[in-house]
Design a protein around this ligand. Sequence first.
Ligand SMILES: *[C@@H]1O[C@H](CO)[C@@H](O)[C@H](O)[C@H]1NC(C)=O
Ligand SMILES: *[C@@H]1O[C@H](CO)[C@@H](O)[C@H](O)[C@H]1NC(C)=O
Length: 621
Amino acid sequence: MGKREFNGVVLMMLCLWVCGVTASVTYDHKAIVVDGKRRILISGSIHYPRSTPQMWPDLIQKAKDGGLDVIQTYVFWNGHEPSPGQYYFEDRFDLVKFVKLAQQAGLYVHLRIGPYICAEWNLGGFPVWLKYVPGIAFRTDNEPFKAAMQKFTAKIVSLMKENRLFQSQGGPIILSQIENEYGPVEWEIGAPGKAYTKWAAQMAVGLDTGVPWVMCKQEDAPDPVIDTCNGFYCENFKPNKNTKPKMWTENWTGWYTDFGGAVPRRPAEDLAFSVARFIQNGGSFVNYYMYHGGTNFGRTSGGLFIATSYDYDAPLDEYGLENEPKYEHLRALHKAIKQSEPALVATDPKVQSLGYNLEAHVFSAPGACAAFIANYDTKSYAKAKFGNGQYDLPPWSISILPDCKTVVYNTAKVGYGWLKKMTPVNSAFAWQSYNEEPASSSQADSIAAYALWEQVNVTRDSSDYLWYMTDVNVNANEGFLKNGQSPLLTVMSAGHVLHVFINGQLAGTVWGGLGNPKLTFSDNVKLRAGNNKLSLLSVAVGLPNVGVHFETWNAGVLGPVTLKGLNEGTRDLSRQKWSYKVGLKGESLSLHTESGSSSVEWIQGSLVAKKQPLTWYKVRK
Ligand SMILES: *[C@@H]1O[C@H](CO)[C@@H](O)[C@H](O)[C@H]1NC(C)=O
Ligand SMILES: *[C@@H]1O[C@H](CO)[C@@H](O)[C@H](O)[C@H]1NC(C)=O
């Protein structure tokens, strides 16, 4: 991809005079410069809606104690603008409060506005209504999309300005981000993508925040926007200009959890190694994605099939407890890096080979010297001579010498190996259950049409659930009725989960997967002479959050739906009359609330339903 340039620098300088904002955060090829000082910044992602406001002060304090300088968060558009022009900044979405808490703890903030954020978050952070703006196409050179993106970005910037939260106003925000990992999409869609990148950068810079903007995974980020690296390793990353610092905006501490899956683990040693390697290679900003992963509350997880837990094997676990030994091991690493900071920001490293797979990176400046000694061999211990000393190096490790003599830290030596002790809850939970009836076409409040409709088009994502209901009339003379056979019902669905009910009985359940959400139900079903009620309960498990034009992905029963084995041959049910009902009865009764839950009779004790569809469970502790 060619590097693009535009007059953003000119624009920014103009604004300095016209808008009267003093840019107190700048950058050069070494580092982000805050108040005239180059900084090595250790950052960690904590997403405010993935924990409760009650947890925030503790999480932020633990982040500070763990050696962080910066809290990084996305801004979650669909939480803030649930319907067009109706904004929400309360409770878990109280962004201003979150940023102020970071400030009170003495930390900086990296605000990733996006507003596309990916983040395993429903629709990548976009509100569902955005999908239905006439003529819209997401994340490309499309006027309705750009107008909506600009409006929301400007809204957030002005909210931050009103509260004096940019560093240029004395606040904690030292960096912002526009778009998110757009490079691969641009590469795929070409010219409109390039035009959009240029527009997005220009629009963001024009908002005049007085602090730099970054674009991550975006090789052609136009000046003055800084292109940054995301990944498990970033040591060989180079920004597109040597006037920009080498920044790692997402260092993956682990990985997210699939529905029903285990939490993927990344060893603390490997994580520490990658950070030390990035810093020794001249990196000056590292962000842990995630530092606290937290929880996908409610129906916020996207994906598809992303679990409610977003633990991420992060240094702070889902509940905000230190995840050891990762938390302590990284804390010690940050301390060693901080001890080396005067040398790290003063000069570029000189690389010295100390033997096969052995290297020293030396930052030597008047009055300061720091060295990183690396053993890249993944299996063998090594001894290396450096200066007047002799150093033992475990495999795949880096030793940090903040004075070029004394090792204060080695990435492979974890000295704090305690294990989490889990205590089972002994007193048995007294579960209660409530079974709701499958919906059927005779229900009055349903919408009807002679077509199969796309699911989100009908639900507008107000529920995960949509009932597709129709009548199947069977003549008493049908051959299969006489010889005791069952016809074959086939239902094709765009996903993600389907429960098939016939005359109120479950006939089967099918589901797709993250890679391919499409599914087909195909089974012989029991029908009786006369009218049969076919009710298909389609479930969308989070809306897609990534991929080129993910807004065009469908969900639900799009057909065909056919019945084979009748006298007439194959009957196509797709074009007959279908009724629709959005959501479950338990949802409309708000069974999850105190008052809603008392509106139905719950079953207790040995009668509690097991493995039955449409069962609600509750327990009190
Ligand atoms: C990034 O994180 C991974 C694991 O989370 C770690 O292995 C890697 O060393 C880190 N890289 C840097 C440069 O910090
Ligand atoms: C979406 O719903 C409308 C009715 O609200 C319907 O006319 C249209 O055909 C539906 N489109 C799809 C793709 O299902």
